[in-house]
Design a protein around this ligand. Structure first.
Ligand code: DHE
Length: 564
């Protein structure tokens, strides 16, 4: 819910200023229910915070349905059909927002007030506003170089084992906690953009990059005595992804960031964040239709080439961007399937596996040849995070993904150049096994080369008992039921009204312990619960009044090396 406090905070961060022009010049649908300017401004903010991620700023739909007042479409068999929010009306829309749908829309009756639900039901019957563009000049104007490179340390000035530091998103606090993985102590909490989505590490492991949903990107230098934000820049008004240049000779040289709005990616200097180039992703979908809002979903840096893999959600186009010559940028565009979202490398780091979630497919990109290796059909709404790689006792190397829409974890056989794996070739790019989960609503799976366990969460399941627990599979015997760990109970925190969702398993550097976030209410003290990976016994609860809504956690070493 967008409380007055959170609205104030975001306003301070300049987001409202960026969004205000959106109301101007919009053509409100004549038949839509009346709204005051104040109501529209509040609804716009809630839409940005809660709805745009799935339905899109222009409301053309992606993971979520199209929410335009009126739409016409031609089905593959030639039948013409139409619909829209005006046809559904305020009552029906209020019910959908409050109680959700079987199609995957979550219920908002415990997040938004009745008044806010009514407000949103009326708001989405109006024509969507087209937000302003964000140019290279806008980026340059927003750029703040807080500590120039010449004034930064030339060696590490602290005794922390940087490789085992965890960057932890404190989602609703708009902050990032850096936690020492060796001592389990909070090292420092820093201000960042609103609801930081991911953190990524520079190739050297010295810099942490974060990106907020509001597009504010920060670079934190861990060589100071205390971690210090050395530069910030805004990428646009809505963003989810960043990555660095990891290929030999380009370490820490460039940063790339992707935005949902405007639909584009930006290239910056890796040490200062000085903006260098902006590239639009608008264009044709894999079906050949023009799309005005193809948002940049996951971005990943190759270890075997000077390239980034940029996954464009709505068009289903995967771009391999060669960063050796930014002025004369070369990109290879690979057709896959619409609604690309998140993904990770296979064990060999040659193939990038990315979920086309609303198409129920996973695309495997061969980054060596620059071609699509396969489009794999999976269960409903694959959501891998970065996925998990291990050797299946019967099928050899597999990459695992969980599903938001089905109670399974899918194991996909991945190709390998190792002659010892030749026997598994016939299974490559097929789902070779589905592990049964206790319910749908998985977001992340994780394992480690030194582990014999596969961890899976179910935070989006409506059942409290499931959402507050994680499930651990024994990789030596996948026929066994997974072990259930009650993370909320193990945290020792008092029962809370809001479900505390156990999410995002992340290994430490040694690969012998696993950290789970307990994602509680937006003002509740919460925790990170640490388990011994061998015994599955509770090892430590990291909690503090400042630990509020922890979600993603990124271990420096594992993120640098893409170990999962
Ligand atoms: Fe995420 C990864 C988009 C909601 C936590 N999320 C990603 C990526 C994208 C994305 C494109 C891949 C980034 C990359 O690798 O470069 N996420 C979106 C959305 O559009 C969506 C559905 C709605 C929204 O409005 O943002 C959404 N995501 C969420 C959450 O609600 C989560 C659970 C909690 C939160 O902090 O917001 C969440 N997303 C994460 C995390 C990752 C992520 C922790 C990184 C996973 C990893 O291990 O790499």
């Amino acid at each position: 819910m967008a409380s007055k406090d959170s609205l104030k905070k975001i306003a301070l961060k300049g987001l409202v200023a960026a969004l205000l022009p959106l109301t101007m010049g919009s053509a409100w649908a004549a038949d839509a229910p009346a709204m005051t300017d104040e109501e529209k401004a509040t609804a716009k903010q809630i839409y940005f915070e809660r709805c745009a991620g799935c339905h899109g700023v222009l409301r053309k739909g992606a993971t979520g349905k199209n929410l335009e007042p009126h739409w016409d479409k031609t089905l593959p068999d030639g039948t013409k059909t139409s619909g829209g929010t005006l046809k559904l009306g305020t009552d029906r829309l209020s019910k959908i927002i409050a109680y959700g749908t079987e199609g995957g829309m979550v219920n908002y009756d415990d997040i938004l007030t009745k008044e806010e639900i009514d407000l949103m039901a009326r708001y989405i019957q109006h024509t969507p506003d087209v937000p302003p563009e964000f140019s290279l000049k806008d980026m340059k104007d927003s750029w703040k170089l807080i500590v120039p490179v010449s004034e930064r340390p030339t060696k590490q000035m602290n005794n922390i084992n940087l490789k085992n530091v965890f960057a932890v998103t404190l989602r609703d606090a708009g902050k990032l906690a850096l936690i020492d993985g060796d001592t389990h102590k909070i090292w420092k909490i820093l201000d960042t953009g609103y609801a930081v989505h991911i953190s990524r590490l520079s190739a050297s492991g010295r810099y942490v990059y974060t990106v907020g949903r509001d597009g504010l990107t920060t670079i934190i230098d861990m060589w100071f005595e205390e971690p210090t934000t050395v530069a910030t820049v805004r990428l646009g008004s809505d963003a989810r992804s960043v990555d660095t240049s990891k290929f030999k000779g380009f370490e820490d040289k460039y940063l790339i960031g992707g935005t949902y709005w405007p639909p584009q990616y930006s290239i910056m200097d890796g040490e200062t964040l000085e903006p260098i180039k902006v590239v639009s992703t608008r264009g044709q979908t894999v079906d050949g239709e023009y799309h005005p809002e193809p948002r940049v979903a996951s971005i990943v840096a190759s270890h075997i080439k000077p390239e980034w893999v940029v996954n464009v959600k709505e068009t289903g186009q995967i771009m391999l961007v060669d960063y050796t010559d930014i002025k004369n940028l070369k990109t290879t565009t690979i057709e896959s399937a619409k609604f690309l979202h998140d993904g990770g490398w296979d064990a060999s780091k040659r193939y990038f596996m990315v979920a086309a979630n609303a198409s129920n497919k996973v695309a495997a990109v061969d980054t060596q040849t620059g071609k699509l290796a396969a489009l794999v059909d999976t269960a409903k709404i694959p959501h891998p995070g970065r996925g998990a790689n291990f050797n299946h006792p019967k099928f050899g190397p597999v990459w695992a993904t969980g599903h938001l829409g089905d109670a399974v974890v899918s194991l996909i056989s991945t190709a390998s150049d190792d002659p010892a794996h030749a026997q598994y070739k016939e299974h490559n790019w097929k789902v070779v096994e589905q592990l049964k989960m206790p319910g749908a609503g998985n977001l992340f799976v994780k394992t480690h080369p030194k582990s014999t366990h596969l961890w899976a969460d179910v935070p989006m399941n409506p059942e409290r008992d499931l959402a507050q627990a994680v499930y651990v599979y024994d990789l030596k015997d996948l026929s066994k039921e997974p072990t259930r760990l009650d993370v909320a109970k193990d945290s020792g925190l008092p029962e809370s009204k809001a479900i505390r969702r156990a999410t995002h398993p992340e290994y430490n550097e040694a690969g012998d312990e696993v950290w789970i976030s307990l994602w509680g209410g937006k003002t509740d003290q919460s925790a990170i619960v640490v388990y011994d990976d061998k015994t599955l016994k509770l090892k430590k609860v990291i909690t503090d009044p400042a630990i509020v809504t922890p979600t993603g956690k990124f271990n420096v070493f594992n993120t640098m090396q893409d170990i999962y």
